[in-house]
Design a protein around this ligand. Structure first.
Ligand code: NAD
Length: 371
């Protein structure tokens, strides 16, 4: 490696074209030079760009230096996701306040966290149960609870919201918290399907607002999507990336685009499986009620994706696991955003099951029966 580098002509610091230029010259291609690029003498443009580069790298360094190191986290919503986020944050040395609407809900969340921590401890400290007990006690002692979000955000570094998936309710919450939270506090939403920008707009701190999308179950799933709106500052973004890493997660980033990365690919795939199953000619559609015709059966589609694509679950199994109402809710939201996009078209079969309250595993029936 080093030898090849020594034989190469010096690289242009702006384009790294040195080696490619040499290759072109060997093949009789005259390298195109733009002023200031790869010339023997440094031109003014070159010097200016170098200067800008060093200034911007030093300002990037100073922005990074000002990043918020999140120590104190307020998690709003003690349901499935919020409890998981609180657990992981506390287990990784953060001080956490978990907020929900009633003491009863918070007691259940706390119990759920304790049960989950005991499972973690059993595995992690299999050889040393005493250390496992200490880990559980220490983690639980880092979590306090409250039913009054406004009263606890005055000195928190980060608010992670994981409440009901409803824009008006999220907006109202953030609008109120904006008045009580410290100036430096970052706000983040764990929404799966709403636009982060439309939540951030309820506040006056759009630069300190981003998406922080965890996956279920939070203690097990490694991924976190960090979503940057056009208003999110680099400092906020980097602080959230660091926080995700501190949780032991793997952050990926994307713009404020519907479904972010995972759901944008996953939900259309699930919907396409439903369409494949319900698709047919008008005659087939008419007779589908009697003969259950489609391009393929749900059992065969599930088997095909497991054995042919190596997926751990087939799409219908996954739909039932996630909850058919959740998928329908996401699709309806996207369809509203762009009614013409064929990927965002609603499915009659899915809508019918949801209307019949057959929501998947949680109700005992969805595409499959679980009773
Ligand atoms: N469930 C998932 O697989 C999943 C995955 C990623 C993201 N999300 C997102 O996370 C958020 C929460 O989802 P969940 O599955 O944990 O829901 P959930 O219903 O299990 O929990 C929501 C909790 O928020 C509480 N709550 C509602 N309004 C509140 C308010 N104003 N103040 C305080 N608490 C309030 C509820 O009492 C409930 O305990 C949603 O935005 C959802 O889209 C869910």
């Amino acid at each position: 490696m080093g030898g090849a580098g020594l034989e190469s002509p010096p690289r242009c610091p702006l384009t790294s074209r040195g080696r490619r230029g040499a290759r072109r010259r060997r093949h009789g291609v005259r390298p195109q030079r733009s002023p200031g690029h790869c010339g023997r003498r440094p031109t003014m443009a070159f010097v200016t760009r170098q200067f800008v580069r060093s200034v911007s790298s030093s300002s990037a360094a100073s922005a990074a230096a000002k990043k918020i190191i999140v120590k104190h986290v307020t998690v709003i919503g003690g349901g499935l996701m919020g409890a998981g986020i609180a657990q992981v944050a506390a287990a990784t040395g953060h001080t956490v306040v978990l907020v929900d609407q009633t003491e009863d809900i918070l007691a259940k969340s706390r119990q759920g966290i304790e049960d989950s921590l005991r499972k973690v401890a059993k595995k992690k400290f299999a050889e040393n149960p005493k250390a496992g007990d200490e880990f559980v006690e220490k983690t639980l002692s880092s979590i306090s609870t409250s039913t009054d979000a406004a009263a606890v955000v005055h000195s928190t570094d980060l608010v992670v919201e994981a409440i009901v998936e409803n824009l008006a309710v999220k907006n109202e919450l953030f609008k109120r918290l904006d008045k009580f939270a410290a100036e430096h506090t970052i706000f983040a939403s764990n929404t799966s399907s709403l636009q982060i920008t439309s939540i951030a707009n309820a506040t006056t701190r759009q630069d300190r607002f981003a998406g922080l999308h965890f996956f279920n179950p939070v203690p097990l799933m490694k991924l976190v999507e960090v979503i940057k709106t056009p208003m999110t500052s680099q400092k906020t973004f980097e602080s959230l990336v660091d926080f995700s890493k501190a949780l032991g997660k793997h952050p990926v980033s994307c713009k404020d685009t519907p479904g972010f990365i995972v759901n944008r690919l996953l939900v259309p795939y699930l919907m396409e499986a439903v369409r494949l199953h319900e698709r047919g000619t008008w005659w087939q559609e008419l007779s589908a009620a009697f003969f259950s015709l489609g391009d393929a059966s749900k059992e065969d589609i599930d088997t095909a994706m497991k054995l042919g694509a190596g997926y751990p679950m087939g799409p219908f199994e996954l739909l039932d696991y996630v909850g058919l109402d959740t998928t329908k809710f996401i699709m309806d939201g996207w369809h509203e955003l762009d009614v013409k996009d064929p990927m965002f078209q609603p499915s009659p079969a899915l809508n019918k099951l949801v209307a019949e309250k057959k929501l998947g595993r949680k109700t005992g029936e969805g595409f499959y029966k679980y009773k």
